[in-house]
Design a protein around this ligand. Sequence first.
Ligand SMILES: [Zn+2]
Length: 111
Amino acid sequence: MRCEDFIDALPDFINRHMPHEDSYVMLDHLTACGDCRHALALELALRRLTERFVTDTLPAHPFALLPSVRPMKPDPYAAIIRRGGLLMPLEFIRAAIRPLTDTIELVQKIV
Ligand SMILES: [Zn+2]
């Protein structure tokens, strides 16, 4: 096995998404190649760091803001039709873009 092939197959090897026979070829290459052992160690360390960042840092910050977001009314258009009036088209547009404006508000709070 060439080192390039080992590196290409590394994600599948780590995720155990390869047949047993191919895993043995990978292990056989690892016993003989220090560069690929180093590449495997780096990949595993990077994954551990990434997992820690995602589980410790990422959920806490943005999701803590979610309860403050105004929940969308079940059917905003029905209420507009019931009210009627000359401004109905503008109210339709405002109701249609409300999820977008709520999202922009949330992003501004996060940033
Ligand atoms: Zn190698």
